[in-house]
Write a protein that binds this ligand. Structure first.
Ligand code: 5AD
Ligand code: SF4
Length: 446
């Protein structure tokens, strides 16, 4: 067997794509954690912001010397930067053999054959509107792998064109996968790998199936998946606030397998900025949806993404973002300084915000949100929660770790440590900054 080393940057979609690449190659390659012994090195890249894009460049650079020593080594870039840069990556890194875009990576075997035959780099960066995401199953009678959690890609691409965002350009138009394939993949994961929790992935899962005639909508898809025996939890990400329907809210509230957590990126709190971002909702509409969601499902945890320093963002605009943090009280917020991205319209906008101000605003968001998160986490203390056990805690091998339905990490003491994959009741004893501590109470599902 040859050895494959994959380094993945970016979102869960990328992690899932890396997994698929491994499945495509697993007859010939086994995974290694050590790039020095690899025959094939793949770097799966992210270009959503400037920072992760730069990480790719330093990562490829690292392997230059290795390639000199091992000329047979194949080095490839895949994912969003590969899509964005295409051939240009070969000019910058002449020792690169493979450039596989966000649809092209499914053809990795063909690409490897092409390199072997022609002895020159292969570049697959076509983006088709009618692309069909291939169904790739682990294809073993009974998989050797057992895991508690897995992802399923239910759609790819995005049609929203928020003005700051590169994703529609590097992931292409929105395409939903056929429901039968999604169900089949889920059933196989549960049956063959013992998966207990599935996270459905898409840039905008709320608009699942809308472009296809006979597809269920996202709420119905969740209901169908929840009928799979042995599957305990379903999560999904990411949701666009404008497409969050009453019907979906009800499914989240009423279906016991659907986790009580929604990632609902707000991005900004000022209507003027939201408009310039092309988000297609106002702060009032966002608040209305949050209110309705909490009416239907009081325990729901809402998390969000915030961009500070979008072009033209004044102090006043920014204070409206802070005001939204106080009003909504998110469980957790991922916040970013605005950066210009290739193709994205906002890069041509005037009144770019200076770096120091972006930095200050980011700090302020962190401060305010850290306080709110802490307050929310404190409110869990002395309460009983259901935790899906993921395994032994990495930090403390005498404890187990898992998450609540609201997606908060819990590390807890337990008389038994062999509870991976079980759903247990835990009493929360202490709140940390990023996780909770607790004690095992009883096993609900083994
Ligand atoms: N600058 C900063 N943050 C961005 N994001 C997307 N594009 C940009 C950009 N150009 C953030 C958004 C999105 C998250 C994945 O990354 O908040 O929700
Ligand atoms: Fe990064 Fe977006 Fe690509 Fe995910 S889809 S890897 S977040 S650019």
């Amino acid at each position: 067997m040859k050895k494959l080393y994959i380094k993945t940057f970016g979102c869960q979609m990328n992690e899932n794509d890396s997994e698929k690449v491994y499945l495509l190659l697993k007859d010939e390659y086994e995974l290694t954690e050590n790039p020095l012994e690899a025959d094939l090195i793949l770097i799966n890249t992210c270009s959503v912001r400037e920072k992760p894009e730069h990480k790719l460049y330093s990562e490829i650079g690292r392997f230059k010397e290795l390639k000199k020593k091992k000329p047979k080594l194949i080095i490839g870039a895949m994912g969003c930067v590969a899509q964005q840069e295409g051939e240009k990556l070969l000019e910058r890194f002449p020792y690169l053999d493979l450039v596989l875009g966000t649809q092209g990576f499914y053809r990795i075997r063909e690409a490897l054959e092409e390199i072997a035959k022609k002895g020159k780099p292969a570049v697959y960066t076509e983006l088709k509107e009618d692309f069909k995401i291939p169904l790739i199953l682990s294809n073993e009678k009974s998989s050797k792998r057992h895991r508690v959690k897995a992802y399923i890609n239910i759609m790819q691409g995005c049609d929203n064109f928020c003005t700051y965002c590169i994703v529609p350009y590097v992931r292409g138009r929105e395409i939903s996968r056929p429901p039968e394939e999604i169900l089949k993949e889920a059933e196989e994961l549960v049956k063959k790998e013992g998966v207990k929790e599935i996270t459905l992935l898409g840039q905008n899962v709320n608009s699942y199936g809308k472009k296809e005639k006979d597809y269920p909508d996202f709420a119905d898809l969740l209901e169908r998946l929840s009928q799979i025996d042995g599957l305990l939890r379903i999560r999904f990400t990411t949701s666009h606030p404008k497409d969050l329907s009453e019907k979906l809210m009800k499914v989240i509230a009423e279906n016991p397998k659907v986790c009580k957590h929604i990632h609902l990126p707000l991005q900004a709190g000022s209507n003027r900025i939201l408009k310039k971002m092309n988000r297609k909702y106002t702060r009032e509409e966002y608040l209305e949806k949050v209110e309705r969601l909490r009416e239907l499902c009081p325990e729901i945890a809402i998390t969000s993404d915030i961009i500070v320093g979008f072009p033209g963002e004044t102090e006043e605009d920014f204070l409206e973002t802070i005001d939204m943090l106080e009003r909504v009280r998110f469980h957790e917020v991922f916040s970013f300084k605005y950066s210009d991205r290739p193709y994205a319209v906002a890069r041509n906008f005037e009144n770019k915000v200076p770096e120091e101000i972006k930095e200050e605003r980011l700090k302020k968001v962190h401060e305010v949100q850290a306080r709110i998160t802490k307050e929310i986490y404190n409110s869990y203390v002395n309460k009983e929660v259901e935790v899906l056990v993921e395994g032994i805690s990495e930090k403390d091998p005498t404890k187990l770790t898992g998450r609540t339905t609201t997606n908060v990490v819990v590390n807890f003491k337990s008389p038994r440590l062999d509870l991976e994959g079980a759903l247990v009741k835990v009493v929360i004893t202490e709140a940390g900054k990023h996780s909770l501590k607790g004690e095992y109470k009883e096993t609900l599902v083994l």
